[in-house]
Design a protein around this ligand. Structure first.
Ligand SMILES: Cc1cc2nc3c(=O)[nH]c(=O)nc-3n(C[C@H](O)[C@H](O)[C@H](O)COP(=O)(O)OP(=O)(O)OC[C@H]3O[C@@H](n4cnc5c(N)ncnc54)[C@H](O)[C@@H]3O)c2cc1C
Length: 302
């Protein structure tokens, strides 16, 4: 099938993009990696596509204090390769799981977040890190935290006349460690289930956040600090990764039971997804804890 007819514009400024977006039936096209198949199958029939790739400002990837700002036209592959993006290690861990290199070379970071596929990796990274989405219209700008941004499968807080102009990720701090893992039938396929983890350790405390994706309509973030502390009570605060993994394995089935709310589909039952989440959570929380401890001591010895 071919797309229904549409108009095409390629403005050169953000002001012109948002002016065009105020016309009914308009849609942004960024990398086209999700939108073009939607058009080709006639699942969407926008009357006008607004190509944002000629706006220099939207192609910027920049460091601003404790934040990495990723403009709407920045490709996923840029985040994977450019040195400046190493400051957000969780995104770098997740990106190799997004499709294939050709898709990441065209697909944008903001496009993936705006598309909000429940099995997509970058929305889970944004949720786990507490990223901020910057939304612009002709009337102004608003910032939406990730916790309020994903509202359902393929559904977000973006209004039809709003442009997601950039995503702001917090950069990794001293004492933070990360883990990312997923299970897919073949590499490059969307995940049947996956987890992103952020652990923060200091002499006084240990905190852990787990974001699960592919198991609900939106990425689900839970605080697993208590589960990690309980496991550490059994292993001591400087465990081997294997010991911590086995101690965590006792605590993760409950977490998986709470977060998996999918009814199941032709690829996996809810019970199978719970098993995957449980195993991935134990593995990635232990990985994140060990790297958090390392980052704490590396900074201390500087
Ligand atoms: C074969 C294949 C395999 C894939 N596998 C994976 C995978 O494993 N994991 C994964 O996460 N993704 C996967 N993808 C999707 C890919 O990552 C896309 O790049 C991404 O979902 C969308 O980014 P895009 O820039 O191409 O957006 P587009 O396709 O251009 O747009 C997608 C949607 O977002 C809207 N949009 C885009 N940018 C903005 C903006 N700045 N403001 C407002 N709205 C905007 C568009 O209007 C459209 O509705 C796959 C794609 C293909 C073709």
């Amino acid at each position: 099938m071919k797309a229904a007819p549409f108009a095409y514009v390629r403005p050169g400024t953000v002001a012109d993009v948002v002016a065009e977006l105020s016309r009914d039936g308009s849609k942004v096209i960024a990398g086209g990696q999700s939108l073009v198949p939607v058009l080709a199958m006639r699942l969407g029939r926008p009357t006008q596509l607004i190509d944002i790739n000629a706006v220099p400002e939207l192609g910027e990837l920049s460091r601003d204090g404790g934040s990495l700002r990723v403009g709407a036209a920045v490709r996923q592959r840029q985040l994977q390769r450019e040195e400046i993006a190493a400051a957000v290690p969780l995104a770098r861990m997740a990106l190799p799981w997004v499709g294939h290199r050709e898709i990441r070379s065209r697909g944008t970071v903001c496009g993936s977040i705006a598309h909000a596929d429940p099995s997509a990796e970058l929305p889970a990274v944004a949720a786990c890190l507490g990223a901020t989405m910057v939304l612009r219209t002709g009337h102004g700008t608003r910032q939406v935290p990730a916790a309020d941004f994903f509202t359902g499968a393929l559904s977000t807080a973006i209004e039809p006349d709003e442009l997601l102009s950039e995503v702001i990720f917090p950069v990794a701090k001293r004492g933070e460690g990360f883990g990312f893992g997923e299970f897919a039938r073949r590499h490059g396929d969307f995940a049947l289930a996956g987890v992103a983890v952020r652990v923060h350790t200091s002499e006084a405390s240990v905190e852990a956040r787990l974001t699960c994706f592919g198991v609900s309509d939106v990425p689900v973030t839970v605080d697993v600090s208590q589960q990690l502390r309980s496991a550490l009570q059994r292993t001591g605060s400087d465990p081997s990764r294997a010991d911590l993994l086995s101690a965590l394995a006792d605590h993760t089935p409950d977490v998986a039971g709470d977060v998996v709310d999918t009814v199941g589909d032709s690829h996996a039952s809810p019970a199978y997804r719970r098993q995957l989440i449980s195993a991935l959570a134990a593995r990635e929380v232990s990985r994140a804890y060990v790297s958090a401890r390392l980052s704490e001591s590396e900074e201390c010895s500087r």
